[in-house]
Design a protein. Structure first.
Length: 223
């Protein structure tokens, strides 16, 4: 099978989605670890040091390009797979019992992905863009102060968007974590249950940490 035909096949697209998904999951681990520094409650000193390192390290900058490529590929392959599946079954069954074969979040990955994309756009606009502007102008950017300003009760709509985003992320991970290993053929009766359990805990702990950040700042727990 040629490279082009492989990437156009369902198996090829699922493998690309799995690889990019695991890459994005690794990014989540780094991102939540950096952001969790705010829980030290030291006025953002540790967090700002970590953020400065992430925004100025040349290796991280290269990885950041790969991250954007990973996002684009993941979204593109998801859309192509959805379109192919819909085209393969243009006439819907009169009675569809989706609950019999899959969880609701497995059937709603498109909606969850769209909510995540909205969350990503808001997140980049609030934090990534101002940081890049400051670097471009040779200025220092206090990311912790930006978080405090954005995650105030006056900006409740931003907090709502973020919480909606992390809820969507949780369900997206709940399906996608284990699905990525299955798409890569990494199934084993001994290790698959462990992967399943790790996926469940990961889909709970990481989004929960992300959710606690705006909540703790909004109510003055983190100062």
């Amino acid at each position: 099978m040629s490279k082009e035909s492989f990437l156009e096949s369902t198996i090829g697209r699922k493998m690309v989605m799995a690889l990019t998904g695991l890459f994005l999951i690794s990014f989540l681990v780094v991102h939540v670890s950096i952001n969790a520094c705010i829980f030290l409650n030291d006025g953002g000193k540790t967090f700002n040091v970590a953020s400065h390192f992430m925004s100025h390290n040349p290796v991280i900058r290269v990885l950041e390009i790969g991250l954007f490529i990973g996002f684009i590929l993941h979204i593109y392959m998801s859309v192509k797979l959805t379109m192919k599946n819909n085209k393969a079954r243009p006439v819907k069954y009169q009675v569809v019992d989706g609950k019999a074969n899959s969880k609701w979040y497995s059937r709603s990955m498109g909606i969850l992905g769209s909510l995540l994309l909205l969350f990503l756009v808001v997140h980049l606009g609030n934090f990534w863009v101002p940081t890049k502007q400051a670097i471009f102008n040779g200025q220092q950017h206090n990311t912790f102060d930006s978080m405090k300003n954005i995650f105030s009760l006056d900006n409740w709509y931003f907090i709502a968007i973020y919480l909606l985003g992390v809820i969507s992320l949780s369900y997206h991970l709940l399906h996608g974590f284990q699905s990525a290993f299955q798409s890569l053929g990494l199934n084993h009766r001994k290790y698959s249950p462990l992967i399943h359990q790790v996926g469940i805990w990961f889909s709970i702990i990481v989004p929960l940490l992300f959710a606690l950040m705006p909540i703790s700042m909004a109510f003055g727990i983190i100062r």
